[in-house]
Design a protein around this ligand. Structure first.
Ligand SMILES: *[C@@H]1O[C@H](CO)[C@@H](O)[C@H](O)[C@H]1NC(C)=O
Ligand SMILES: *[C@@H]1O[C@H](CO)[C@@H](O)[C@H](O)[C@H]1NC(C)=O
Ligand SMILES: *[C@@H]1O[C@H](CO)[C@@H](O)[C@H](O)[C@H]1NC(C)=O
Ligand SMILES: *[C@@H]1O[C@H](CO)[C@@H](O)[C@H](O)[C@H]1NC(C)=O
Ligand SMILES: *[C@@H]1O[C@H](CO)[C@@H](O)[C@H](O)[C@H]1NC(C)=O
Ligand SMILES: *[C@@H]1O[C@H](CO)[C@@H](O)[C@H](O)[C@H]1NC(C)=O
Ligand SMILES: *[C@@H]1O[C@H](CO)[C@@H](O)[C@H](O)[C@H]1NC(C)=O
Ligand SMILES: *[C@@H]1O[C@H](CO)[C@@H](O)[C@H](O)[C@H]1NC(C)=O
Ligand SMILES: *[C@@H]1O[C@H](CO)[C@@H](O)[C@H](O)[C@H]1NC(C)=O
Length: 892
């Protein structure tokens, strides 16, 4: 029934503002013949930083999906030298805007009125242009050919400001290529439970921001809107890439921001969306999860098997299996009895390991049946409602289910209370982090969802257990406004929602559900997952106010990184999705400011294979969030299941753990200024056009280049090493000869190896060896690896704190600079490292120096062993001294 938006509009009649509008076949050409607006009453503030105007409809309304608004209000502000904020609103009637409580607006910076980007406009018709001052190039431009359209439920604005074949990134969450196609692309924004993460569809999260990179600089465009929308990119007009927004509500609230390179633009976006929250040190350890661990014996067995296989396991996870009839905040008394679960958690904690479980937002709707959480929710009245005030009931894992309304003023207390009670340290399940799922929110109820009870019975929700429970004594561990009449159930412009029949209520909560503050799901749907994220983060902090925690969510909106990390949803065990995961992750780290991200390693749905799982274990070793997770109907895929995968996992975990302080430092930096933790290659080589579309290689931190094998059954991979850089093999430390840069094919990359290089210009702090848990890792000595660039220069940082506390008063934050054969380490040693600096390695040293001199207060006057490996060109200076103060070292 449903296809493109204009087909949908073909026969639709809509009543809007009391006027009968016949919305007929609307072709793109029809949109372009709309009258647009003229600007009058243009006012510029005396300091020139703000401009406002009234916009008046410039001709006969075209009323394509409703009635054109006669008058609009334009507000433009130079918020800093690199940022312009532009809003177009209805001056007569307030319209929905993303609430400040969900997305705090950025502080206006201190514009010196020496802006790097500027807003220019014409009044008749009103058209505007955002351009880069230094080069006078257009970044975003509306044109007379594509007039602004502003109707109650349809807002259209189109830019022709990008060059042909533009380098555009972002507009997630998606599984398109990282560098987005510039032809015939529709990106739809409407949170959706999207099993298998199909390309070309709307997925779980919504980040209506893109970065465009040019040789002359990089800029970003963010539309702060949570309404459903299609953003279309096309190349119909010669010489131009067009970007068209089709939004079904709210206002136009744009941020334009620019920098001279992509890193600066990431940091600019962090000023708008917020920089990411710090996560605990332990969260970079290996996580093991699956859907389908049958009982506590299974869970304990996996922990035991990891230990026996000698694979470091930091955190054990449990999916919804643990719940009693799949009701959140319960434990199945037969399969996951509290006493045995507490034993497992104690065992983990005694071994320095951690435990995480899943929490869904939906609570089984079984009032007065002894399910206390739902009774408490009903009593505090915090569930999402229909417009008539009755509770919305969908179908989720437990059967008929209700959703917390995150806008309700009492919802945080409710959520805190349930967490304190169920995850009680002394009497409950003492988790260390939490995993939140199904928060689009997802519903299994087919529309019209008139009888959720009947649908639950048909689907056998909750499903019966497949096996009898284990003996409880089984031993374990042996060794908007109401005035605007809107048709929100069936909006005249239909975004390309991939849910059944494109119905906005399908597979989720109803679009006409009403939140506490009278906002409708229609406007705030895309915020649900992110609001649950915030509430859950706060509930976890409420349990342990002084400690950081880890919250991993499925659905996100712009700004979610302030509170949570994210996994890339229900992927499949395919080589294609193994490759996709890199682009997916780069979007969240380098653009959306949610750096604690990863894909389910070895794949969630379908059955993995030994070689896929081995390759994926190694790629996953360079995900910020490294978790093996699997579906209940798939074959088991813990790393110890196959010898090859065991070895691959051990190899990569050794690299990952040695690099853990390096990536932890990158995270700390990200939390301060938004510098991305993972970067696409063009961030480092913005002038090398060959890098712009690379999406199977990436930088872990700013200097570790990861280039996985990408094809099935292959032991070779062709990678690109930008010729302007210098590279060193991470395992041997040998320099890559200049003749082996550019496109190079690596062969004999067996299934336990992943190509990793240090990009010259880096001083990398490493632990001398890995460990079974991160607490042990923190007791290992450091070594410092200097990998100079072509000019013999390198720099790096090392940040260490206690790894868990919020508001660190004692920090060690060091700057490491190298040039002219001299290494200088300066900075504060506020947090005692209590380990030694075992050695310093200098890479690419052409010949043995005649000696090494030390300076500074460090007690470095003992005899040093200096070894030179002429073949690998590595100079090792063995130190073994306490690492507790600044010093310098000079090669003679
Ligand atoms: C322009 O400003 C004048 C004076 O404030 C006001 O009367 C008029 O309504 C404004 N025009 C529009 C289109 O808003
Ligand atoms: C603007 O400058 C003031 C005074 O120097 C400073 O306190 C404030 O943080 C600055 N604001 C921003 C957003 O940079
Ligand atoms: C900048 O470009 C615009 C056209 O895009 C042109 O009208 C204007 O004169 C140029 N300004 C400068 C200073 O070159
Ligand atoms: C892109 O342009 C082509 C040619 O005009 C058109 O057929 C197609 O529908 C457009 N795609 C989108 C997503 O707008
Ligand atoms: C809300 O939407 C449902 C369909 O999902 C419909 O049955 C119901 O009548 C609507 N309620 C109101 C008050 O619009
Ligand atoms: C958690 O358990 C402790 C010890 O029994 C108790 O004092 C505390 O009140 C419990 N917390 C909640 C929220 O029930
Ligand atoms: C929501 O609307 C109802 C009915 O108009 C009103 O009674 C209630 O106070 C409103 N709630 C809020 C939080 O504005
Ligand atoms: C995965 O393997 C299991 C066990 O061999 C089999 O039952 C199942 O059908 C397989 N799943 C798929 C999607 O092939
Ligand atoms: C890229 O080119 C610009 C302009 O030539 C230059 O300023 C910049 O330093 C170059 N960037 C890098 C990373 O080489």
């Amino acid at each position: 029934m449903r296809t493109r938006s204009w087909v949908k509009a073909l026969s639709a009649f809509h009543v809007l503002c009391g006027v009968l509008v016949h919305a007929e076949y609307v072709e793109p050409s029809r949109l372009d013949s709309c009258p647009g607006y003229n600007a009058v009453n243009v006012t510029t503030s005396t300091n020139g930083r703000t401009i406002s105007a009234d916009l008046v409809l410039a001709g006969t309304p075209c009323n394509v999906f409703g009635k054109d608004l006669q008058q609009l209000r334009l507000q433009v502000a130079y918020e800093s030298d690199n940022r312009i904020h532009l809003k177009i609103i209805d001056p007569l009637q307030p319209r929905y805007e993303v609430p400040e409580s969900v997305f705090p607006r950025p502080q206006s910076g201190n514009s010196t009125l020496n802006p790097n980007i500027q807003f220019t406009y014409t009044t008749t018709p009103f058209l505007f242009n955002i351009s880069r001052v230094g080069t006078n190039e257009t970044l975003f431009a509306t044109s007379a050919g594509h007039p602004l359209i502003f109707e109650p439920q349809y807002l259209r604005i189109k830019s022709s400001g990008s060059p042909a074949d533009a380098n555009i990134y972002g507009l997630g969450e998606h599984t398109e290529t990282f560098r987005l196609p510039t032809r015939d692309l529709t990106r739809t924004f409407w949170s959706r439970d999207s099993y298998g993460i199909p390309t070309g569809t709307n997925l779980y999260g919504n980040h209506p921001v893109y970065f465009e990179h040019r040789l002359t600089g990089t800029h970003g465009v963010f539309l702060l809107s949570s309404n459903g929308m299609d953003i279309k990119i096309n190349d119909t007009q010669p010489g131009v890439t067009s970007i068209e927004y089709n939004v079904i509500g709210g206002v136009l609230d744009f941020y334009f921001f620019a920098g001279s390179n992509p890193l600066e633009v990431s940091r600019e976006y962090a000023k708008i969306a917020g920089a990411p929250a710090e996560v605990p040190y332990w969260s970079f350890g290996l996580h093991q999860c699956r859907f389908g661990y049958q009982n506590f014996v299974d869970v304990a067995g996996v922990i035991t098997n990891y230990s026996a296989a000698g694979i470091p396991l930091e955190t054990m996870w449990t999916d919804i299996d643990y719940m009693d009839r799949r009701r959140v905040f319960t434990l199945d008394p037969d399969y996951f009895p509290l006493s045995r679960m507490r034993e497992i958690v104690d065992h983990l904690h005694d071994n320095g390991q951690k435990y995480i479980v899943m929490v869904d937002p939906a609570l089984g709707y079984f009032p007065n049946e002894g399910y206390a959480p739902v009774d408490r929710g009903i009593e505090t009245d915090i569930f999402l409602k229909w417009p008539n005030g009755s509770v919305v009931i969908g179908v989720v894992w437990p059967g008929p289910s209700v959703w917390p309304d995150w806008f309700h003023p009492k919802v945080q207390d409710f959520w805190n209370g349930e967490f304190e009670l169920f995850f009680n340290e002394t009497e409950g399940l003492d988790i260390d982090g939490v995993w939140i799922d199904m928060n689009e929110p997802a519903s299994f109820c087919n529309l019209p969802c008139t009888d959720p009870w009947e649908q639950s019975r048909e689907r056998q929700f909750p499903p019966p257990r497949a096996f009898p429970p284990p003996d409880i004594n089984t031993p374990i561990f042996v060794k908007a406004t109401k005035k605007n009449k809107r048709s929100i159930l069936d909006p005249p412009y239909a975004i390309s929602d991939a849910a059944p029949n494109g119905d906005l209520s399908a597979t989720t909560s109803p679009v006409n559900a009403t939140h506490f503050n009278n906002l409708t799901e229609y406007d705030v749907h895309n915020l649900y997952g992110t609001m649950m994220s915030t509430s859950t983060h706060l509930a976890m902090l409420n349990r342990r106010p002084e400690l950081r925690t880890l919250v991993i969510t499925r659905s996100t909106f712009a700004g979610a990184g302030r509170h949570v990390g994210k996994w890339l949803g229900d992927n499949l065990s395919t080589w294609e999705q193994y490759r996709f995961s890199i682009a997916g992750m780069l979007g969240f780290t380098s653009i959306y400011q949610i750096p604690m991200v990863g894909s389910d390693i070895c794949g969630f749905g379908d059955n993995t294979t030994e070689t896929l799982c081995a390759r994926w274990a190694m790629l996953g070793g360079f995900y910020p969030f490294m978790r093996n997770h699997n579906q209940d109907t798939s074959i088991s895929q813990e790393f110890y299941r196959w010898p090859l995968v065991t070895q691959a996992a051990k190899n990569v975990l050794d690299m990952r753990y040695r690099l853990l302080d390096y990536i932890y430092t990158a995270f700390h930096t990200a939390s301060l200024d938004g510098t991305p933790v993972l970067q696409p290659l063009f961030y480092r080589f913005p002038n090398d056009t060959n890098t712009f579309s690379i999406e199977h290689q990436f930088l872990y931190g700013s200097s570790i280049l990861v280039s996985p094998v990408t094809e099935e059954n292959s032991t070779s991979v062709t990678i690109y090493l930008p010729p302007e850089g210098r590279y060193y093999d991470f395992l041997t430390f040998a320099p890559v000869p200049e003749s082996r840069t550019g496109n190079v094919t690596l062969t004999n990359v067996d299934f336990t190896k992943i190509p990793v290089h240090i990009v010259g210009g880096a001083v990398v702090p490493l632990r001398v060896e890995g460990a079974m848990i991160t607490d042990e890792l923190r007791k290992k000595d450091f070594e410092i690896v200097i990998a100079p660039d072509k000019n013999g220069v390198a720099h790096g940082k090392l940040y260490v704190d206690d790894g868990v506390s919020i508001g660190q008063s004692r920090q060690t934050f060091l700057t490491m600079e190298y040039g002219n054969g001299r290494l200088t380490i300066t900075g504060e040693f506020g947090h005692p490292l209590n380990v030694k600096l075992k050695r310093i390695r200098i890479l690419g040293v052409p010949k043995r120096p005649s000696g090494v001199n030390f300076g500074g207060q460090a007690n470095l006057n003992t005899t040093k062993e200096v070894e030179y490996d002429g073949e690998k060109k590595v100079l090792n200076v063995e130190l073994g001294t306490a690492f507790e103060s600044a010093f310098s070292l000079q090669l003679l």
